[in-house]
Design a binder for this molecule. Structure first.
Ligand code: F6R
Length: 611
């Protein structure tokens, strides 16, 4: 996620901002920029000096050179979402006059029509970002008050944002506003700070205001005024930071993995943002309808967790869009003879966008003239560059090696795509598609609800911490999630975990079941519950303890299971996004209890660029 740092006060803003951004570097970024105020002097009028560079923060600092001190400035590290990493797309963005500079985290969902309108009104755009519309809107509304102009601009946009704005006309203040992207104010003596996260200001102050959604901040060197977007004052308590740098980087969580598990509701919101219009999924801006309408067959190709997302994608696309789909492991796909047909489509899924096997499979498809659609988290990654079209998951940087929020957002994209294709191909009942689209908007709150089971899952992990072997069972979509659950457990806790299609167990692996092998059973598919229960009886008869991850409404049928983790009622098709969460949390605590290095499991790397 991008980093924000702003400063106003008696000191020099430049080193404070650079140092703050450096403390946010661990989150990953692809470009950096700074805007500082230069007061008028004999040679020139007051202006904002803006320096932006693709690459490392140090590259930006080099470009800035020996800049004179300034008492006002804002800085940003960008992790690309709209537009590739480049100097032009880096923040801060400025208005046409260069008098207003703005940095932004989040996504302005309605940026496309706003941009069109502002261009018609004569505004010059220089970047491909969604952010730039915001600064031109502020310019449009600016008369003599930056505060008023920002308030008016906020009324015209929707989406998620933490924005910070300065103007050469009003150098005594920084204006900021927040909705669904983090922001804090650091309180100093004769100086104040604005940042996206606490690590940025650690070492300068321990007194912080945590800015909440729909809050508007006016920062001067000596004061902080907080109101809502309408201008009604907001009273705030000062939060005393007791965290050290390491804890602060993890947002107060002990590990990045747990932090990222808890970021899933927000990540899901961001993935959906801007992709639903009038109650229906809208990917018209992909400009790919002609291909999507006539697809013969889809090959989904990916590795590891992304492959598991592809398995869910397959079932969703087949059910809704009625297109035959094969989901393959990239390292296998590359070496088999694929019977390509004209109008086949390959979908590659990759968090990093750099996985060697996935990239090779993509190239193989392209060499046969097959169109490729990439689903990735990293803007400008190899997969994004080489595919014909790309859908970004917008999960934000994932630091823990074990993938969590990347998986759930990959699932979101697969569902959105399945619904979209079904709609344009008219392969599924329109009202039902609208119903599903509507339900997708509640997935974030359902995940929040499941995350409240944290303590129960921790206790469960404590109880089974010493097991050697486990089985994960499910049917249909539950089987796909069982595979992801088993992968999470083995990769971070080093407990042997096998995922099996529940109905397949009796064809061999049942021989491995005994009293010391706990079985985690996924039960979210209403129509398959009786069949799954028969399989659960089989393992119980061999002495296994069964932990059911089941939907509330199916609880009655799961009475015979030894433990139950209940999930909210969710459409069976969408259940994987919800049911994977307890498995992630359970694996996390198993790893913790067993003393494993949760964020950096042995033998594994975050980005697998070797074949
Ligand atoms: C497991 C995990 C890996 C990745 C796999 C593919 O938690 O993260 O299995 O999913 O290495 O990586 P990407 O998605 O970057 O292609």
């Amino acid at each position: 996620m991008c980093g924000i740092m702003g400063y106003i006060g008696k000191g020099n803003a430049i080193p404070v901002i650079v140092d703050g951004l450096a403390r946010l570097e661990y989150r990953g970024y692809d470009s950096a920029g700074i805007a500082v105020y230069r007061p008028d002097n004999d040679a020139s009028e007051a202006y904002l000096q803006v320096t932006k560079k693709k690459g490392r923060l140090a590259d930006m600092v080099d470009a800035l050179g020996d800049a004179p001190a300034s008492q006002l400035g804002i800085g940003h590290t960008r992790w690309a979402t709209h537009g590739v990493p480049s100097d032009k797309n880096a923040h801060p963005h400025t208005d046409c006059s260069g008098n207003i500079a703005l940095i932004h985290n989040g996504i302005i969902e309605n940026y496309a029509p706003l941009r069109k309108q502002l261009m018609l009104e004569g505004h010059d755009f220089v970047s491909e970002t969604d952010t730039e519309v915001m600064v031109h809107l502020i310019e449009k509304y600016y008369e003599d008050s930056l505060e008023e102009a920002v308030r008016k601009a906020l009324g015209a946009v929707y989406g998620s944002f933490a924005i910070v704005v300065i103007s050469a006309q009003e150098p005594d203040k920084i204006i900021a506003a927040k909705k669904a992207s983090p922001m804090i104010v650091g309180l100093g003596e004769g100086e104040n700070y604005l940042a996206s996260d606490i690590p940025a200001i650690l070492g300068r102050t321990k007194k912080v205001y945590i800015i909440e959604d729909n809050e508007f901040v006016i920062l001067t060197a000596d004061s902080v005024t907080i109101s809502d977007f309408e201008g009604n004052p907001v009273e705030k308590e000062i939060f005393e930071v007791t965290w050290d740098l390491e804890l602060a980087e993890k947002g107060g969580f002990e590990h990045f993995m747990l932090k990222e598990i808890h970021e899933q509701p927000e990540a899901i919101r961001k993935t959906i943002a801007g992709r639903i219009n009038d109650g229906m999924v809208d990917f018209a801006d992909l400009d790919f309808n002609d291909v999507l309408k006539k697809i013969n067959k889809i090959f989904i190709v990916a590795c590891g967790t992304a492959y598991h997302a592809g398995l869910v994608g397959r079932l969703a696309i087949e059910k809704l869009a009625g297109i035959p789909v094969e989901t393959d492991i990239a390292s296998e796909f590359r070496y088999r003879k694929v019977l390509w047909q004209p109008d086949d489509l390959m979908i590659v899924i990759s968090q990093s966008g750099e996985t060697a096997d996935t990239l090779a499979a993509l190239r193989e498809a392209k060499s046969h003239g097959i169109k490729v659609l990439a689903v990735t988290n990293v803007v400008g990654s190899a997969v994004a560059r080489e595919a014909d079209r790309v859908i970004y998951t917008h999960a934000g940087p994932e630091i823990a090696v074990a993938s969590t929020k990347a998986y759930s957002t990959q699932l979101v994209v697969m569902y959105l795509l399945a619904i979209y294709m079904a709609n344009i191909r008219q392969s599924y009942d329109q009202d039902k598609l609208k119903g599903l689209t509507h339900e997708m908007c509640y997935l974030d709150t359902m995940v929040e609800q499941v995350l409240k089971e944290n303590d129960a899952l921790k206790a469960l992990a404590g109880k089974y911490r010493d097991v050697q072997d486990t089985f994960f069972l499910g049917r249909g979509l539950d089987y796909a999630v069982a595979m992801e659950g088993a992968l999470k457990l083995k990769e971070i806790s080093y407990v042997h975990a096998e995922a099996y299609a529940a109905g397949e167990l009796k064809h061999g692996p049942l021989a491995l079941i005994h009293q010391d092998v706990p079985v985690l059973a996924l039960i979210t598919q209403d129509k398959l519950v009786d069949k799954s229960m028969s399989n659960i009886k089989e393992v119980k008869a061999r002495g296994a303890v069964v932990i059911a991850i089941c939907k509330e409404n199916l609880q009655e049928s799961c009475q015979e299971c030894d433990e139950q983790i209940l999930l909210p009622r969710v459409n069976p098709l969408l259940a994987p996004i919800i049911s994977v969460v307890p498995l992630q949390v359970f694996s996390y605590y198993m790893a913790l209890y067993r003393g494993a290095d949760v964020d950096k499991p042995r033998n594994l790397a975050k980005s697998v660029t070797v074949e």
